[in-house]
Design a binder for this molecule. Sequence first.
Ligand code: TRP
Length: 447
Amino acid sequence: MPEREHWTSRIGFILAAVGSAVGLGNIWSFPFQTASNGGAAFVLVYLVAVVLIGFPTMLVEFVIGRRSESNPVDAFEKLGFGNWSFAGAFGVVVSFVTLSFYSIVGGWVLSYILGSVTGSYFGDAAGYFGSIASGTPAIIGHAIFMGLTVGIVAFGVTDGIERATKVMVPGILILLVGLGVWAATLSGAAAGYDYYLTPDFAVLFSNLDSIIPYAVGQAFFTLSLGFSVMIAYSSYLDRDDSLPADSGAIVGVNTLIALLAGFVVFPILSTIGVSPESGGAGTAFTSLAGAFGQLTGGAILGFVFFSILLFAGLSSSISLLEVPVSYVSETYDYGRTRVALGLGTAIFLFGLPATTGLATFGWYNDVVFNLLIPVAVLLFVLFVGWVAADQFTEEISLGTSLGDSFTITWLWWVRLVIPLAVGFTLVLGIQSLLLKAGIIDAAILLG
Ligand code: TRP
């Protein structure tokens, strides 16, 4: 067996994890989830969900990974609970399915980078989106995006992933701040900030039952939790690193980037007078892109914005592919390149049905959000909290000076609060899937 790679530095690990976390979820879905869930009120609930649910759950994946020093499937066996291996495998499957549609969005982004150069979406962004979102253009975009992902992953953890994210993550931050400064000069900036930052508590309280599951789901997705990714990444980590400090840094940077995206999107939309609520998967590609068409210098801004999205998407997709690749190549002793190519092709094929139309695409997205992620998180949390808690309370205290009261609080939080929050999210998520499939009707909804 080849020797296991290690992160060359702590910052390398943090950047790779940030690269995984910062993705289309921050820049594409966060502002638009915010818009379709009532603006600033959603931001507030999201921030609470990130801190109270996301941060401790990230520690759950970290302790499994570092304790076992192993890929997510074998990790459970190494820890003495081979009958839990299905949980790690389940996370790997979630990564596989997610990448199959994430890559299609990556392909859309490529079409818009091209469109910023040729100007083809400036006149009619919605029409342009309709023409590239499915069918042959979507398949080509999907193929190119997967090809780029496979290329980087084939180089391995230190040469490919660490190096790529070291360039991409700071690049995203700098470009986004630049766009945010420019957006502040627009005439609609004040109205945009108001919508984004002044919560309407009436809206908040009357929609709490739908806002909470969205906010919790978005927190998991954006922090890449429930995918075994953080298990895999932390397995390359040294024992003298502080897991809470690393997790805090990752959660902090990821949240900062999502919030920054809002500072770009809302001033632009209110300047051209588009209601942010129009929502939906296509909004960044229709209303926002349409705004680029109307603003001075829009071609350059559109190019910059969609390039940021490309970097963010790629730094996430390489981490989505890395998990299955490292598992298969370690287990069967095949070369990385071959495995990356083989799995990349399989994921590409698995995603193909979602290029037939937005309705099918929506199913991929909804099954992952409403069902697969919460189930995976629930499995990890129950395992750490109830099945093998002793090893993990020891593991979390290594490398940190936070002490016993932190450990105990975290443990009980993982045992009780997170399973309740995720269970609630899961019930509502399954309900909305059944509703969408027409298996139940709205009259019998809980909550
Ligand atoms: N966090 C990524 C985003 O915000 C998406 C994502 C979800 C992801 N799960 C992942 C990325 C697992 C890498 C690995 O867009």
